[in-house]
Every structure is written in structure tokens, then in C-alpha cells.
Design a binder for this molecule. Structure first.
Ligand SMILES: Cc1ncc(COP(=O)(O)O)c(C=O)c1O
Length: 474
């Protein structure tokens, strides 16, 4: 595995904190000894990292006092050089993907998957609608379908956007196989292998693997569990034209569950438009708010068509139909060509069934029920973590979505926990899944998607035991 050396990872982390002004000019860095203890590294590794930062002009050593953040006028290019990285895949992580295979889905349960549970989906209704569509529209089976999708479905998606104050036009939309294809098409339309894109840190793992598959490099932008991406760090990073696109999940990001405030959304939309850097927005969790109002996507603040908006009905209505969409803004032609070249079109029958479901008016009712259920499952999970896990685990209760991000003390090994939990049939997502270079090893994402039953609670109790075991043995 071609992971970055440890000193480089440490230097990148410190560089990112300087870029986002978590560490400010003139501020003293933690001492070498402190760093060594906190990160569980050798003294020479920490020294090497500090020397690298010194060479890059980001810090300076002061005799008898330690290292301090230096004043610089042009830190943006350094941020890119320090942090642009290729995505590496830890082979251990394939076991996570494997757990989704036929042999394992029944055996591994618990906290791994971020999709509504079967019992809460409108499957019986969709079944009837599927039969009806097939009976009355055999052409749905015999025609190829248009690359951009079925007009009746796109009209329904455009209507949904009214709720968040958006203007999606049916003729602008391109239907895709889930959000993941929408992201793929956007990236193919905007980038070439070797290009650099900016992502949240931590970031959704399938996105990272898509970036790897397309030969792209990433700049990780520090992201806050409450308010989302650091707008200051993004501002610095995108001063450099080398960044070809920015990808964000502003509403209930995965894995942090962060929600960007409207003011930050607007600022990012305007800033990237002014710099002519396209923004790929992933709004797959926008409908999963626990509060009263659906949060607005950045697309609602897009005045120039610079935002490529991606979403789907896979998390909330029918995971198996795999239907999503993209409004590519002013990049529509490029995205449509990519759709045609990659999969030609999206199964029309699936779109027709979902169009009918949306026309029937059942969606808002279904979502009200689903949102209530997910919010209460998250409450169960939060209470369980409070009760069964060590008190020094840090987390932020999310305001929507499925993800709860746990930060254990440095040195905690989430990959070991993942392996042990798996042996006992308990699923979770270890932190390194969400990093392009194996970071966040001391973090874990738990999903609240499964129904909160006594069995589910027992799994959390058992997981808490495994965590405690690791604390005691460490
Ligand atoms: C942030 C994010 N984007 C996209 C997806 C994939 O969505 P879809 O099933 O619509 O392809 C996921 C699924 O977990 C996700 O968490």
C-alpha cells in the first residue's frame, strides 16, 4: 500500500490547520514531546514533520521556545503542495465492502449501512405501481429510453425542488443511477486524470474511490462537525487555479453529519462562481432533517449555473431502483455527453414507477414518518453511546442524516475494533474509510439506520465492551 510516510501525514495535518486558521500566525505549535505522545509517533518522525513545515515556510523554530506559525502572504499554493494527495485504499477496508455481499448482509448487522430500513420503505406501494406501469406501458421495456431520462419523472423532481426554494427545470435534469453516478458524470465532465479537486475531510468513501478510479488527486479541507467545511480554508485553497472542482455535502455530511449554515452556503456559492471553479453538490441527505425545515442546498444560492446539483431517491424511497439525478447547471452539455458515453440511459421502468409514486402525493407523508423514525433511532444511539462507551469519546449530535462520528483518543485503533466487531456480527465504519491516506484511525462512524430494537441495543452494549477492552489493553 503506497501510504504517505507518517511525518508527511503529520505535516499535512498541521498545514491544514494553519490554512484553516485553527493555528494562527504567531501561535506556538505543541512541543515535539507533546506531539510524540499525542500521536503515538517517534520523536524523529515528529522532528522530520516540523522540519518539513519549516522548509515550506509555514513554521519557524525559535531558540529555547519551540516552533511557531509564520507570517506568510501566499499560503495557498503551499496548502495545495502540502496536502494534494492520491487516494490509497487500505486492503482491510475491502472487508467493509465485502460485508454487503450475499453471504454477509444477514450476518453483519448493526451500525454500518446508511440507508432507511426495509420496514420503513413504501415497498408494497411501489410493487403495485410497478405492475401497473408494466401492464399499461410495455414500451418502458421495449424502448432504450433517452439519455437524459423520462420527462414525467423529471417533472416530479423539479416540483420537489419547490420545497427548498429551488428552481430545477425538467429540461435541465439528467437522470442517473443514484447520486454516485451523478457525481461520477460531473467529475468526468470537469476533470482530467491528474487534476486536483477539493473535498471535505473526512469525506464519503465511495466518493474517494471514485476519485481514485478517475486518477484525480485531492486536497482535504478541514471540516467542522457542526458547521461543515471551513470556508476560510476553502477560500485559501481555491486561490490557486489548480483546483478544478470542489465537492461538498453541505446537508448532513457523511460521516460528520455536519450542516452548513445558509450564510456559509451563499458565501461558498459566490466565491467559487467568482473564481470560476465548479461546485459539485451532493444533497443525498437533504430530506433527512430532524428539525422543522428542509435545509436549503447550495444550489438555492447559485446565480450563474456554477453548481452541479446531485441527489437521489435511493436513501429514502427505493434503494433497489437506484434512481438519482443531476442538474449540471451550465455544464449540462458536457454531462449529457458523459451520460451517453458511460451508460447511455437509466432504466426507464424504474423512473416511471417513481414518477407515479411522486404524482400520487404519498412522498411527503412517507418522509414525515421516515424522518421521525430516523430521528428517534439517532436518539437511541446517542443515549447508548453515552451509557456504554468511555466518557472521553467525543461526538456532536447531528441535526439530520444517519451518521454519528465518534472521535476516540489518539492511539485508538478503529480498524482493530472493526475486525473484532465483525467477528461478532456487528457492523460499523472505521475512520480510515473516510480519508484518502488512511487517516482518522482513532475515529468510527456509527449509522442509526437500523430500527432501534432490543437486539440493536444489545449490539451497542457489546460494541461498548469491545471498546472498553481496547482501552484496557492499551
Ligand atoms: C454522501 C453520499 N453521497 C452519495 C451516496 C450514494 O448515494 P446513491 O445511493 O444515491 O448513489 C452516499 C451513500 O452512502 C453518501 O453517503
Amino acid at each position: 500500500m503506497d501510504k504517505q510516510p507518517l511525518y508527511q501525514q503529520l505535516a499535512d495535518d498541521i498545514a491544514a490547520q494553519i490554512a484553516s486558521r485553527v493555528l494562527r500566525v504567531g501561535e506556538r505549535l505543541p512541543s515535539l514531546r507533546d506531539m510524540k505522545l499525542r500521536r503515538g509517533l517517534s520523536l524523529s518522525t515528529v522532528q522530520q514533520a516540523f522540519r518539513l513545515l519549516e522548509d515550506q515556510g509555514l513554521v519557524e523554530a525559535r531558540p529555547q521556545s519551540g516552533y511557531f506559525v509564520r507570517q506568510r502572504s501566499d499560503s495557498a499554493p503551499l496548502l495545495r503542495l502540502a496536502a494534494a494527495t492520491e487516494v490509497t485504499v487500505d486492503p482491510l477496508l475491502w472487508s467493509y465492502v465485502e460485508d454487503q455481499s450475499e453471504q454477509h448482509t444477514e450476518r453483519i448487522q448493526g451500525f454500518r449501512s446508511a440507508v432507511a430500513p426495509h420496514d420503513l420503505l413504501p415497498t408494497a406501494q411501489l410493487q403495485r405501481m410497478t405492475l401497473d406501469c408494466m401492464r399499461h406501458h410495455p414500451d418502458l421495456l421495449s424502448d432504450y429510453g433517452r439519455p437524459s431520462g423520462l420527462p414525467a419523472f423529471k417533472r416530479q423532481i423539479a416540483r420537489l425542488a419547490l420545497e427548498w426554494g429551488g428552481q430545477l427545470l425538467p429540461e435541465q435534469l439528467i437522470v442517473t443511477q443514484g447520486t454516485i453516478e451523478a457525481l461520477n458524470l460531473a467529475l468526468r465532465a470537469l476533470t482530467q486524470p491528474g487534476d486536483v479537486v477539493a473535498v471535505e475531510s473526512p469525506a464519503y468513501f465511495s466518493l474517494l474511490y471514485t476519485l481514485k478510479a478517475l486518477g484525480l488527486r485531492v486536497v482535504e479541507i478541514p471540516t467542522d462537525p457542526v458547521s461543515g467545511i471551513s470556508v476560510d480554508a476553502l477560500e485559501l485553497a481555491t486561490r490557486d487555479a489548480a483546483i478544478k472542482a470542489v465537492i461538498l455535502v453541505p446537508n448532513f455530511s457523511n460521516p460528520l453529519g455536519a450542516l452548513m449554515p445558509d450564510a456559509a452556503k451563499e458565501k461558498v456559492a459566490d466565491m467559487l462562481a467568482a473564481r470560476d471553479i465548479p461546485l459539485i453538490e451532493d444533497d443525498v441527505y437533504g430530506e433527512f432533517y430532524y428539525g422543522r425545515q428542509r435545509p436549503r442546498p447550495i444550489k438555492a444560492f447559485d446565480r450563474s449555473g456554477n453548481v452541479l446539483y446531485c441527489a437521489s431517491l435511493t436513501k429514502d424511497v427505493a434503494p433497489g431502483l437506484r434512481i438519482g439525478w443531476i442538474d449540471p447547471g451550465r455544464y449540462r452539455n458536457q454531462v449529457e455527453v458523459q451520460k451517453y458515453l458511460s451508460t447511455h440511459s437509466t432504466p426507464t421502468l424504474n423512473q416511471a414507477v417513481l414518477a407515479r409514486f411522486l404524482e400520487s402525493g404519498a412522498y411527503p407523508r412517507h418522509m414525515r414518518r421516515l424522518r421521525r423514525a430516523i430521528a428517534s433511532q439517532m436518539q437511541g444511539l446517542l443515549q447508548g453511546v453515552e451509557q456504554y462507551f468511555p466518557a472521553d469519546v467525543q461526538y456532536t449530535p447531528p441535526q439530520g442524516g444517519f451518521a454519528l462520528w465518534l472521535v476516540f483518543p489518539e492511539g485508538f485503533d478503529s480498524l482493530a475494533l472493526h475486525q473484532q466487531a465483525r467477528q461478532e456480527g456487528i457492523g460499523l465504519a472505521p475512520g480510515p474509510l473516510f480519508s484518502p491516506r488512511g487517516g482518522y484511525r482513532h475515529c468510527v462512524r456509527l449509522s442509526c439506520a437500523a430500527v432501534w430494537t432490543p437486539e440493536q441495543q444489545a449490539r451497542l452494549v457489546q460494541l461498548g465492551r469491545l471498546v472498553w477492552q481496547q482501552y484496557r489493553s492499551g
